[in-house]
Design a protein around this ligand. Structure first.
Ligand code: SF4
Ligand code: SF4
Length: 248
């Protein structure tokens, strides 16, 4: 009897730093661009320049204002794509086996030839990270740019997901979260990285790093040195300007 190879401990995924993301959406555009032109593409665009554009995007950034109990309000930009769950309900419910988790690196992908477009995986994913492509009639999702990260035709520095390679702020990190010594695992340990909605029991591979608390506005009044009251009778250039304006 043929022996199956043991499952790999590799768990490739993203670590997203909510303290750093500035909500520029560069990752959204890079994801759309790469995945439209390459293996997962095309990603549909409907009425792209019309009144009601819609399309398939595999990565989104949501922005929220939060008011901590003390201190200044904060805006948090929250990028979200498939989290490559270890216990992925999208895989369990798929009736054809089109959705599967790769043994060698834990990436969750869809075999589009086997997908019948029933939408069960989208219903099962608690994060809303399955995207039915309206034109292709099949389910699409983040592949962690599997066609980049192993692509020997690309320079080594480009063998990362397009979103990670593009992020101008350095808010996105890619690596093996199954290796406790990897740079991403150490970052998660140092910064208290956490799972999104752990109560769902999906054990997502991707992690989020929380925003650091901000100083209170009183402590960061950087304009204070410039806010000295103006003398009642300004002198010098300001005095001349004042008198010139009064003469008009
Ligand atoms: Fe599946 Fe959703 Fe988890 Fe991705 S985030 S593996 S689509 S359940
Ligand atoms: Fe945030 Fe980076 Fe995406 Fe810009 S590219 S929205 S900074 S994660």
């Amino acid at each position: 009897m043929t022996q199956l190879p043991p499952p790999s401990s590799r768990r490739l995924g993203l670590v997203i730093d909510l303290d750093i993301c500035v909500g520029c959406h560069a990752c959204v555009i890079a994801c759309k661009g790469w995945n439209t032109e390459n293996q997962a593409g095309p990603l549909s665009d409907i009425d792209a320049y019309g009144a009601a554009p819609s399309g398939t995007f595999l990565n989104r950034v949501h922005s929220f204002e939060i008011q901590p109990e003390t201190g200044a309000a904060q805006v948090v930009h929250f990028p979200k794509s498939c989290l490559h769950c270890q216990d992925a309900p999208c895989v369990t419910v798929c009736p054809t086996g089109a959705s599967y988790k790769r043994v060698e690196d834990g990436i969750v992908v869809v075999d589009e030839d086997a997908c019948i477009g029933c939408g069960l995986c989208a219903w099962a994913c608690p994060y809303g990270e399955r995207k039915m492509d309206a034109l292709a009639g099949v389910m699409k999702k983040c592949t962690l740019c599997v066609d980049r990260i192993y692509n020997n035709n690309l320079p080594e520095e480009d063998r990362k997901p397009a979103c990670v390679r593009t992020c101008p702020a350095g808010a996105r990190h890619f690596g093996d979260l199954g290796d406790d010594d990897s740079a991403v695992s150490r970052l998660v340990a140092e910064r208290g990285g956490y799972d999104l909605m752990p109560e769902q029991g999906t054990r997502p591979t991707n992690k989020y790093l929380p925003p650091r608390p901000r100083d209170s506005t009183a402590e960061i009044d950087v304009l204070a040195p410039f806010l000295d009251p103006v003398a009642e009778t300004p002198k010098g250039f300001l005095g001349w300007l004042d008198r010139a304006l009064e003469a008009l």
